[in-house]
Design a protein around this ligand. Structure first.
Ligand code: ZN
Length: 108
């Protein structure tokens, strides 16, 4: 296989997938290892200009960019007054919201 820019990107993408999957697995047993794996995957993304998928993006805090796992290093709650999912990073305390709409409600 010739080493081209496209091939390098494919290789980097597969490494990022492996690292993120492993980091979610190891988060409950060894948090430091999981953080290191997540940081490496983020660095690979930055170097090769890769975009994280929506689900993968949720694993990093928007403010401090650290690895957050729901139930381990982040808190996820459902809010009512604006209907939203509130995600709190337990590393820096930053809270952000994902608004959602009720699809069953009749629209006028
Ligand atoms: Zn944070």
């Amino acid at each position: 296989m010739r080493i081209t820019r496209a091939n390098l990107k494919l290789l980097a993408r597969s490494r990022v997938d492996i690292l993120l999957a492993k980091s979610i697995e190891t988060a409950k047993e060894d948090l430091n290892l999981a953080k290191r794996q997540a940081r490496l995957s983020r660095q690979i993304c930055l170097k090769y200009n890769l975009r994280l998928l929506y689900g993968e993006k949720q694993l990093f805090c928007r403010k401090c960019k650290k690895f957050i796992v729901p139930g381990v290093t982040s808190r996820v709650r459902i809010g009512h007054s604006p209907k939203a999912i509130r995600i709190t990073c337990l590393e820096c305390g930053h809270t952000y919201r994902k608004l959602y709409k009720n699809k069953n409600k009749k629209s006028k």
